[in-house]
Every structure is written in structure tokens, then in C-alpha cells.
Design a protein around this ligand. Structure first.
Ligand SMILES: [Zn+2]
Length: 279
């Protein structure tokens, strides 16, 4: 009995006096920030489509262009980046965040383009960044239901109170960080549009919004969805089609990600959050 007790005492102390602890801490500090970028739609799913001067533009192509450039800009900053798809192919929503979870990504960014209900109205422009909505009673219920449906078998088995509380805490922490990421990205991306647009920043900045986007639901890390402009607006479309402004947009997202990583748990992070208004 004494021997068993001693074993537990040693094991307990050992967890504090772990000879490998410094090595682990060092490995932790060398952890490379990892981003998964998700180009919206693909394959048979074109997303929104706009026709101008006999040319057909589809959201799935624009999102891939911007996502590829964003990954390149992140890598140029020493941040590792993967795309959920690198070509025009069908990809369901679930596997997009599953990939980010599997790779233990630090953040997940889904890239989309907006369009107006009436495609002929082409004067709507600007950028919106979305975070997952879990604020209202009705949506949090449906969120919970959907969240449960995307749980892995291990998590479903552990559906005890403690497991549920831990998951809620994780979701809350991720939502707060998602909001901070959304604000940093929105601020940077809107600034690019402003420099190359004759319009005032107020029309470019359509704000941070919340919605129950299914593609964000399974993410186990801070996640946002960027509507990087209106596909049926020539100015917004050209921002992505023109290689130079596309690089500026991508570099704006990468700069925001770098800032997000570098200010985590600092006073600056708290200040970003306090100034961040969600519509
Ligand atoms: Zn879309």
C-alpha cells in the first residue's frame, strides 16, 4: 500500500519536476502559427455569379484567387498556411473545418464574395467580416444542435456535464478571439479598398456581423468568414482580379493575422475588443 502511495506521490511531484519540461516549453515557444484558409464554394457550387460584358465571373474562382495569394502572403511572414482546396473541386462544408481541426490550426478563415439580391443593382460595395452567431436564445439552441451533429465520436461519448462545460468554455473563448480577429481583418482590408476606391471608407466598411454560418460551426479555433467585396460590383471585382490590388488585399489579411498572433493576451488585445462593434 505504502509503495502504491509512494508511486502516486512521485508521479504527482513528477508532473511538477518533469526533467523534460524545459524542452517542452521550448518546443511550445517554437510552435509555428498555423492558418487554414478556406476558399468558399468550388466544383458544381459556383457561389454567386455575375455576368458583365459577356464575361461570367463566379465566386468560387475569385475566392480561390484571393485565398492562394493570402496563403502566399502569410508564408512570406513565416506563418504556415494551408488551403482547404487548391483547385476547382466540390468540397462539402464539414471537411473544411475538419481539416483545420486535424491540423490543429490556430485560426480558420473562410473567404467569400457578396452579391446583392438583385444582380442588376451594382452600386453596393465593401467588405463584411462575420463571426458565428450564438447570441440569441433560438440561435444558440440550433447552434448547440448543429454543434452536436459535428462532434467526433470521442467527444460524443464524453457528453458528460464536464465535457459540455469544457466545450462551452472553449466556444466562448473562441468567440471572443474570433471577434478580435474579425475586427483586425476588417480594419486592414477596408483600408485597402479605401486607398484604391473613390468612395469614402464608410461605404467600404460594412462592419463586423454575426450569422449562423455552417462552415464556421465545426471550427475548434477562432474562425471568421470574410465577404471580401461584391461580385456584381465592378470595383470590388477588380480589386481581386487585378494582381496588384489582390496582393494588397491578401497582404492586409496576412498583416491582421500577424497582429492577432503578436498581440494575443496583451492590453492591445483587450483594447481591440473594447473598440470592436458587432452589428
Ligand atoms: Zn459564398
Amino acid at each position: 500500500m505504502a509503495r502504491i502511495l509512494a508511486f502516486f506521490v512521485v508521479s504527482f511531484l513528477g508532473s511538477f519536476l518533469d526533467p523534460f519540461a524545459p524542452a517542452q516549453a521550448h518546443a511550445e515557444s517554437r510552435h509555428r502559427f498555423h492558418v487554414v484558409i478556406d476558399p468558399g464554394h468550388g466544383g458544381a457550387d459556383f457561389g454567386t455569379v455575375a455576368v458583365n460584358g459577356g464575361v461570367r465571373y463566379s465566386e468560387k474562382e475569385m475566392t480561390l484567387l484571393l485565398a492562394q495569394q493570402t496563403a502566399a502572403q502569410l508564408r512570406a511572414r513565416g506563418i504556415s498556411a494551408d488551403l482547404t482546396r487548391t483547385e476547382d473541386k466540390d468540397l462539402a462544408l464539414g471537411p473544411r473545418t475538419e481539416m483545420a481541426n486535424r491540423l490543429k490550426a490556430d485560426i480558420f478563415i473562410s473567404i467569400h464574395m457578396n452579391s446583392t439580391q438583385t444582380p442588376m443593382i451594382t452600386d453596393a460595395e465593401g467588405v463584411e467580416t462575420y463571426i458565428l452567431n450564438n447570441t440569441t436564445e433560438a440561435s444558440s439552441k440550433s447552434l448547440a444542435r448543429l454543434e452536436n451533429s459535428v462532434l467526433g465520436p470521442d467527444e460524443r461519448q464524453g457528453d458528460t456535464d464536464v465535457a459540455l462545460i469544457l466545450r462551452d468554455l472553449r466556444l466562448d473563448a473562441n468567440l471572443s478571439e474570433s471577434k478580435r480577429l474579425a475586427c483586425l481583418v476588417q480594419q486592414q482590408v477596408v483600408a485597402v479598398g479605401q486607398r484604391s476606391s473613390p468612395h469614402a471608407i464608410s461605404t467600404r466598411n460594412r462592419g463586423i456581423r454575426q450569422a449562423l454560418f455552417h462552415v464556421l460551426l465545426g471550427a475548434e479555433m477562432p474562425s471568421i468568414l470574410v465577404e471580401a467585396g461584391f461580385l456584381n460590383n465592378a470595383h470590388d471585382r477588380d480589386l481581386i482580379l487585378d494582381p496588384r490590388s489582390r496582393r494588397m488585399l491578401a497582404s492586409a489579411i496576412a498583416r491582421a493575422v500577424e497582429n492577432f498572433r503578436d498581440t494575443k493576451n496583451t492590453d492591445i488585445a483587450a483594447e481591440t475588443l473594447s473598440r470592436c462593434k458587432v452589428r
